[in-house]
Design a protein around this ligand. Structure first.
Ligand code: NDP
Length: 332
């Protein structure tokens, strides 16, 4: 028997989450069983711990969209007992039971080996949020970020004090880019500066609507976790030919933009999806994370948690109240 955070739903479709002792036989099908060590708290986890947000298909459910641990048994030649592995994406924690448990059974295709130079705990301080930040940096670099930023024009990060934003800030700063961070939390300024931000922009400043479809070319690129009116405004502030990587919708799914920035400034809007990333791309991104992300800055982002903290943390992340990265030690 082992512990898991189990979400149940009653006849009135009301969900509740509690730590329960469950059996290996209850785990879903898969060809690799992993002794989970760490998981994290992402926006989607908040939805899945609560009413599901349309992500969960069947109850009871074990959320947790990412985890790191050690292979306990494997029917797949690529993995042996004792191998350290990471899982992100592939709808684990949504339609397949996830990482909020001391054991998980998954498909070998969804795993990647833990790269050298990073511990299981550090890998979950990165987690899905950090992988997404890395994918966004790679996408921007493939679209000329280095050239656009060569004159010192900053890269903008929105939702900066959140999970993706924190890792994106540290990664970009470590790669030598000037980073401007948009935050709605003035008290997070010191934290963001410690991660490498050279400029803090108040959320209201960019959320204000304007009738002007084009403004000064202020940013060499953008990693956007917010969407909505903020992303629409940023499009009109990008340098000629530069790109915004859209990773999230913490500020809304609508995009009230005009086509003018695309037509008159040749800007690009790049969609980033971490969920269905093929194996090679996940391995490449994790290897870059292990070499490019300063581990001391990563440590500064960590808030430790246990399985019993998750019901409350699920609510906090949906309200945008979590700063940095929550790392869940499932064995405490
Ligand atoms: P967090 O909750 O940790 O961070 C989101 C941040 O956005 C908050 O910390 C806050 O930053 C800001 N924010 C929240 N609400 C608003 C609002 N109404 N208006 C403006 N800013 C707001 O979440 P994550 O960083 O984990 O995820 C961010 C988004 O990215 C989510 O929508 C998530 O679903 C998505 N995501 C997408 C992935 C993909 O593959 N594309 C993978 C992972 C996440 P501050 O306080 O600094 O203003």
């Amino acid at each position: 028997m082992f512990n898991a955070l189990v979400v149940t739903r009653d006849e009135d479709k009301k969900t509740s989450a509690s730590v329960q002792s469950i059996d290996l036989d209850q785990l879903p099908e898969g060809n690799v069983t992993v002794a989970v060590e760490y998981s994290t708290v992402n926006y989607k986890d908040g939805l899945c711990i609560g009413p599901g947000g349309g992500l969960v298909r069947e109850y009871p459910h074990v959320p947790g969209i990412d985890f790191a641990g050690t292979v306990e048994s494997s029917e797949d030649d690529r993995y042996q007992a004792g191998d350290k592995v990471i899982l992100t994406g592939w709808r684990v924690g949504e339609v397949h039971w996830g990482g909020y448990a001391q054991k998980a059974r998954v498909n070998a295709d969804w795993l990647v080996p833990l790269p050298d130079g990073i511990s299981a705990k550090q890998s979950m301080a990165v987690g899905t949020a950090g992988l997404t930040a890395m994918l966004a940096v790679l996408a921007l670099e493939n679209h000329g970020l280095k050239e656009h930023a060569a004159d010192g024009t900053p890269v903008l990060v929105t939702g900066a004090a959140g999970g993706v934003g924190s890792v994106a800030t540290a990664l970009l700063a470590n790669l030598g880019y000037k980073v401007a961070c948009v935050t709605g939390r003035p008290e997070a300024s010191e934290y963001l500066t410690s991660l490498g931000a050279s400029q803090i922009v108040a959320r209201e400043e960019i959320n204000e609507t304007t009738k002007r479809p084009l403004e000064s070319e202020s940013w060499s690129g953008c990693i956007d976790a917010v969407g909505g009116p903020m992303l629409a405004r940023v499009l009109g502030q990008l340098k000629y030919g530069s790109s915004a990587a859209a990773i999230g919708l913490a500020g809304g799914a609508e995009l009230p933009a005009t086509v003018i920035p695309f037509l008159l400034r040749g800007v690009n809007l790049l969609g980033i999806d971490s969920v269905m990333q093929p194996y090679e791309s996940r391995v490449a991104a994790w290897n870059r994370i292990a070499t490019d992300l300063p581990m001391d800055k990563l440590e500064a982002m960590i808030h430790p948690a246990s399985l019993t903290d998750l019901p409350q943390l699920g609510k906090s992340i949906l309200k945008g109240e979590v700063k940095g990265r929550v790392v869940v030690d499932v064995n405490v």
